[in-house]
Every structure is written in C-alpha cells, then in structure tokens.
Ligand binder design. Structure first.
Ligand code: NAI
Length: 470
C-alpha cells in the first residue's frame, strides 16, 4: 500500500484540529497540514501565545510540541491538497435550516464543496477520508463527484473514518481510542487505502482496536453511536422526573442499574439535558434517514430521544419558576456555566441557551458566569436565541468574569455546567448565601453540589432527580 508521507486536513475545527495535531505528535515522520477557509481560525492556531481557537485540556501542549515541526496550519488549501497523499475532510455538517429536510437532514454543502475542490486542484492520486459525520452513503456521492471532475491519471480512493472523540476529553480519547473505525469499499483498491490509513493509526493504536468494516456500516455506526449515547441520557433523564415525584434518588437508581454488566455504569448521569453540536444533529439525521427509507416507526422512536431532551430542559426551567413562588419577574438568577459540558468552551446547543432564554422570557435579571466561554460568544448565542439585539438584551442579561459577582441580590443560583470549580469544596457558598436575598435557592442541574452542606448554610436546594428536595 501507499506509504503516507503527507496528510492534509480540510477543516481546522473541534475535530480536525485535535485529531490531526495528535496524528502529527504520534507520527513525527508524517507532515500534517491543517487548512481552513476561515483566516481568523488559522491565525489563532498559529498565534505566538498559543491562544488556540478551541479550548481542550492537553491540546495546547500537543500543538506546542508539533507546530512548525511537522504540523502546520494554513489557509492555502490548494497547496496542501496537492502535496498530500491522504486528505481528511473534517468540515462542518450542520442541520439544514431550509429546503428539503430542513430541521433534520445534514447540510452537505461544505462536504461537497471541499470534495469538488479536491477534484479540481489535485494533480496526483489521493486517499480521501470522510472524517465529518455524514449521512449513510455520502461516500458514494463523494466518489461520483471526484471521479467526474478529476484530471486524467488522478485516482481517488474514499474511506470513511468517523471520529469518536468527545469534547472536553478529546486528547485523552485520541491517545487511547476504544476503537478506530475505517470503512472501505470491498475492492483491492479499497483494501489498500484502508491499509494505508491503518498504518498511520498503528503508530500508537493497538492493531486489534483498528476495525475495518464496509463503507456504509462505518457511516451508520457513527450515527448509531451518538443516537445510543443520547438515548441513555434521555432515558436517565426520563427516570429523573419519576425520582423527583416519588422521593427516589436518581444517583442511587443509576448506580444500582449500572452495576448490571449488561447495562454498564457510564453515561447514566441525570442532567439538565444533553447539548453539543453532535447528538441532536446526528439523531435528527437518523430520523431523516429513517423517514426517507419509509420507516416512520423507526423515525418516531429516535425522534423521542430529542423530544425528551427538550422537555427536560424546559421542565428544569419550570422547576426554577415554580419554586420561586411562581414568578421570577425582576428577580436575579445567577447562572453558573454556559458551555454545553465541562472542560470545553463550546456552546453549540448548550442547555444553558434554552434556560437563559426562558428566564429572560419570564423577565428575570440573569447573571451568567462561565470559566471558559467568551462573553462575545454568549452574546452571540443569546441574541440569536432570543432574536433580540444585545442592547435590548443587556437590560436583563449581564455577563461576569467570576462566580461571586453574579450572586449580589440574587434569588437563585442555577448550576448548568458541571465545571469542577462549582463542585469544589473551596467554592465560597457562604459568601454566595450572604450576598443573596432570602430564601436563597440553589437549583443543581448536574447533581454536583453538596446538598447537605448547602442546606446547613441555609440554602434551599433542588437537585435534578432527587426526591429529598428543598
Ligand atoms: P467546526 O465547525 O468546528 O469545524 C469545521 C471547520 O471546517 C470550520 O472551521 C470551517 O471554516 C471549515 N470549513 C468548512 N468548509 C471548508 C472548506 N471547503 N475548506 C476548508 N475549510 C472548510 O466543526 P467540528 O465540530 O470540527 O465538526 C466537524 C465534523 O466532525 C462534523 O461533521 C461533526 O459532526 C463531526 N464530529 C464532531 C465532533 C465534535 O465533538 N465536535 C465529534 C465527532 C464528529
């Protein structure tokens, strides 16, 4: 098989950036160039002070070791494509907002234009790897586009190699993946391309964890994995609602059922709901796929996972209002955390957006603090969620650079993201209590605060999934 000497990655986002930085670290003999059309993003990756465009524990260290050695970030897409033996396509595939399948189907515009671009500029044969999460059979469209537009003598092999990293633990996940999935056509060329990509991963991933499957299985496995993960969250969240009204404790229930080896203990934490750029998008994609395959029952089944998640977010918002005597108008609500989960600065589909939006709609004064998310990002998210300009919104919404300053005169603290800071024994809950109006409430949307300690201080505490509230 071809020996891979140069890799190009199209798309310098949450997937392309960490994935290819780790490849560069683990494969010093391979030159890796990550390209993007967005010059600001590339400039941030190249910034002297390593002010990288995404926050991910351990990422800066990897980039410090590799950047300028065998890892390069560039806006020169053509050059990087021409020089590469293997090209990862890691561009965004958001949910379509208009046209056929709007609200469900993946927008493949970015994948298609990146693919067309490869065909247009490539002057030699390439292995093209689909890294983005795409609907089943996208590889087939990519192959048609490449074959219909390539120069004579240029041959393209397509592989599917979905990414299973989780934001917040991306570097650890990439160092030690449960599996690397490579889908290829069942042809000698497909097998050779698959062997070439396998040999890249084999530099650090044990051989038995590199799985070769058919192209379509590979594509569908990514959607299936995210659907099953999200389904576990919606399942435990559905149970959390039962716990709250029966007096059961969802932590105990999760622990008890998780000890069953057929169920397993991971991903059974009740919360205010899942967020992130992938779960909802990929399930809706699966729903759309099922509909197009004339399988409405299957579509309805997966759709309910997203519906449960929406309901959980709104249910939690309602819990806040109900406990604050039915109204939060003009009351100050301190929101701790805005990222969709801890250890990332990513806010895409964050439950915080839904919660803050509903507090604003109730005409509360909302004070938000997150240790990683930039204020610009929060303003952007909230302006677009509320369809209200910043100037108007700022009458009700204030953003803070520390937790304590959100508490002055607040009626309630709402813990939205499970940042370690909020669960730390050093967190100044006494100071918070002193600064707030009474009764002072804490609504824990992640089950991370020490309820007993807070009640001792004087707080009324409501934790998602616990019956012994207040
Ligand atoms: P992102 O939006 O952070 O990054 C995509 C980048 O591609 C952007 O910077 C954009 O400017 C660039 N781009 C788009 N079209 C381009 C073109 N033609 N040429 C050059 N650059 C182009 O998206 P993210 O989060 O990295 O996701 C990428 C894909 O990976 C998506 O399909 C997503 O579903 C999938 N994925 C994401 C995971 C995550 O945790 N974020 C995990 C696993 C898969």
């Amino acid at each position: 098989h071809t020996e891979i000497k140069r890799i190009c990655c199209i798309g310098a986002g949450y997937v392309g950036g960490p994935t290819c930085s780790v490849i560069a670290l683990k494969c010093p003999h391979i030159i890796v160039t990550i390209v993007d059309l967005n010059p600001a993003r590339i400039a941030a990756w190249n910034s002297e002070d390593f002010a990288l465009p995404i926050y991910e524990p351990g990422l800066e260290d990897v980039v410090r070791q590799t950047r300028g050695r065998n890892l390069f970030f560039s806006t020169e897409v053509d050059k990087a494509v021409q020089e590469a033996d293997l090209i990862f396509v890691s561009v965004n595939t958001p949910t379509k907002t208009s046209g056929v399948g709007a609200g469900y189907a993946a927008d493949l515009n970015y994948v298609e234009s990146a693919t067309r671009h490869i065909a247009q500029v490539a002057t030699s044969s390439k292995i093209v790897v689909e890294k983005s999460t795409v609907p089943c059979r996208t590889a087939s469209s990519m192959r048609t586009i490449l074959e219909s537009n390539s120069r004579p003598g240029c041959h393209f092999d397509i592989l599917s190699n979905p990414e299973f990293l989780a934001e917040g633990t991306a570097i650890a996940d990439l160092y030690n993946p449960d599996r690397v999935l490579i889908g290829a056509l069942d042809t000698p060329e497909g097998a050779a391309a698959c062997a070439a990509l396998s040999s890249v991963y084999a530099n650090w991933v044990p051989k038995e964890r590199i799985l070769n499957v058919g192209l379509w299985s590979s594509e569908l496995s990514k959607l299936a994995a995210n659907a099953l993960l999200a389904q576990r969250i919606s399942s435990i969240n559905a149970l959390s609602a039962i716990c709250e009204t029966t007096g059961a404790d969802v932590r105990e229930v999760a622990h008890a059922v998780g000890l069953d080896s057929r169920i397993g203990s991971k991903f059974l934490r009740a919360s205010v709901g899942f967020g992130g750029s992938c779960f909802q998008k990929d399930i809706l994609n699966l729903v759309y796929l099922s509909e197009s395959l004339h399988l409405p029952e299957v579509a309805k089944y997966w759709r309910s996972v997203v519906d449960m998640n929406e309901w959980q977010k709104l249910r939690f918002a309602k819990t806040v209002v109900d406990n604050l005597f039915g109204t939060i108008t003009n009351k100050r609500i301190a929101v701790l955390g805005f990222a969709f989960k801890a250890d990332t600065g990513d806010t895409r589909e964050s439950p915080a957006i839904t919660l803050v939006k509903s507090f604003v709609a109730e005409r509360a004064k909302v004070a938000v603090y997150d240790p990683q998310v930039s204020h610009d990002q929060i303003w952007m998210d909230m302006q677009s969620a509320c369809s209200t300009p910043k100037q108007e919104l700022s009458k009700q919404l204030t953003l803070h650079t520390d937790a304590q300053s959100t508490f002055a005169g607040a009626s309630a603290i709402v813990v939205v993201t499970e940042w370690a800071e909020f669960a730390s024994p050093n967190f100044d809950w006494e100071g918070a209590f002193a600064a707030m109006t009474k009764p002072a409430f804490v609504f824990d949307g992640r089950g991370i605060v020490n309820g007993a300690r807070l009640r001792e201080i004087g707080f009324k505490v409501v934790t998602i999934g616990r019956g012994e509230n207040l």
